[in-house]
Design a protein around this ligand. Structure first.
Ligand SMILES: NC(=O)c1ccc[n+]([C@@H]2O[C@H](COP(=O)([O-])OP(=O)(O)OC[C@H]3O[C@@H](n4cnc5c(N)ncnc54)[C@H](OP(=O)(O)O)[C@@H]3O)[C@@H](O)[C@H]2O)c1
Length: 421
């Protein structure tokens, strides 16, 4: 075993004192108190809204902030910005000021025990999502944080845990084998050659599975690449989202790499709805669910849509594209270091296009979601256009250099108005 492999296996070990009490086991379809982590993030805020809508529970949200008022403000503002807010949510959101990186989630022993007594079910969605930082930097929030969640779930009554993972646990060295279909019940190989982020998610999955072996009712949701909201057009944190940054690099270079085939973009509202629905059915506990959009989007469609919004582009070889983007990035080093960093990241990201070569099985998830008639919205050209236009409106993309196609009415008239015609 090489050193990184032994570190990952050793971190997956669950302390002996984390135990689950079978006599205090009651699985509720209608919990009265839910604990959610990561509620201020892109998926978390949608999950919070969904849990508020489909239950009557109070939702205890782990949130970073100076005090409870500041924590609540952060959550409310995020819901408002995301167009998910309703005034009657106010009383049901209970901020829990803490930090995944700290022992007992940064709570006092009394608070930690109080929380454990209070809540009926836990959704562990919070994580430091960063594909550039090494394992050592992400370990405290993503690995130690999960361990504290599993400790909390075993204190007093055993509380089910719904753990949000990623389909990326199958990337890296998993793709270097002949395996082309990844089943929900498959155990991904130890990700020695992946990013630190993927490694932390793999270790967390191992810990959750160890807890399941000790009797914890838990489910793991492996999520695909999250895309915007199908209703509100809201996009992820675009300035740190690798897909959005890649699009920006193409717009700035006026070129896109020719080797791309297709990509699976999963609307965030489908993810939150799916997790909330599946987690309400105790008979489904104990499984792994692959939640992603099984209908891929062709990259050519994405580039067609970008061009129709007024960004001319040509296709070039991937190697030339990388060189071009790195060269643009270097010219921005002094004047715009943030953009320089984003472009360098884009050149390094989305490599290998494994999405195109493999098949992700989602039988458990599809069967469960069919009970609720839930299906993934189609990411068609109109959906793409609305989202890319959102990036333009928010000035993440520069103004178009030529008149958008008149079929994009808003973009077209805005361009006409700004060019005084
Ligand atoms: N985005 C994707 O495409 C994708 C794909 C597959 C799986 N996932 C998984 O989905 C989950 C949510 O991802 P996301 O894209 O919504 O990420 P995000 O927008 O970056 O949100 C992360 C959330 O975790 C919280 N968090 C991070 N470190 C924390 C700490 N030390 N203590 C307390 N809270 C902390 C953040 O709080 P602050 O607001 O205080 O920073 C934020 O609420 C993650 O588990 C991720 O692994 C994401």
């Amino acid at each position: 075993m090489n050193p990184i492999e032994s570190e990952l296996y050793s971190d997956s070990f669950l302390d002996e004192n984390i135990k689950y009490n079978f006599s205090n086991y009651h699985l509720k379809e209608d919990p009265s108190a839910i604990f959610l982590t990561g509620s201020t993030g892109f998926l978390g805020i949608h999950l919070l809204a969904e849990l508020l809508t489909c239950s009557k529970a109070s939702i205890y949200c782990l949130v970073r902030g100076a005090d409870a008022d500041a924590g609540r403000r952060r959550i409310v503002e995020k819901m408002q910005q995301s167009r998910l807010w309703k005034d009657n949510y106010y009383q049901r959101i209970i901020p829990v000021i803490g930090d995944l990186e700290q022992d007992m989630l940064g709570l006092s022993e009394e608070q930690f025990r109080g929380l454990a007594e209070q809540v009926d079910v836990i959704y562990h969605n919070g994580a430091f999502v960063n594909s550039l930082y090494p394992y050592s930097r992400l370990r405290a929030s993503n690995v130690a944080g999960t361990r504290e969640i599993l400790r909390l779930s075993g204190l007093y009554n055993t509380k089910p845990v719904h753990y949000i993972s990623t389909l990326s646990v199958f990337s890296g060295n998993n793709f270097q084998t002949n395996q082309t279909v990844f089943l929900e019940e498959d155990f991904p190989r130890c990700p020695t050659k992946n990013s630190g982020y993927v490694q932390t998610k793999w270790v967390s999955e191992q810990m959750v599975q160890n807890a399941q072996n000790r009797g914890l009712p838990a489910s793991i949701y492996r999520i695909g690449r999250i895309f915007g909201n199908s209703q509100s057009r809201l996009m992820a944190n675009y300035s740190s989202d690798s897909f959005c940054i890649f699009l920006k690099a193409c717009v700035l270079a006026k070129k896109f790499p020719s080797n791309r085939d297709k990509i699976y973009l999963t609307p965030v509202d489908f993810v939150s709805r799916s997790v909330a629905f599946i987690s309400r059915h105790p008979d489904l506990y104990g499984k792994v669910f692959h939640i992603y959009n099984s209908r891929p989007t062709l990259w050519l469609n994405i580039f067609d849509v970008i061009q129709s919004l007024g960004y001319p582009m040509e296709s070039i070889l991937r190697y030339d594209w990388n060189k071009e983007v790195i060269s643009i990035a270097s010219t921005l080093e002094q004047t715009n270091p943030v953009e320089c960093m984003q472009l360098s990241l884009a050149a390094a990201s989305l490599t290998g296009a494994p999405d195109a070569k493999i098949r992700i099985d989602d039988r458990h998830a599809s069967a469960a979601l069919s009970r609720g008639g839930i299906s993934c919205p189609l990411v068609d050209n109109d959906f793409l256009r609305r989202h890319i236009y959102y990036l333009q409106e928010n000035q993440f993309l520069p103004a178009p250099s030529r008149c958008p196609s008149s079929s994009n009415v808003v973009a077209y008239w805005r361009w006409i108005a700004s060019h005084g015609r």
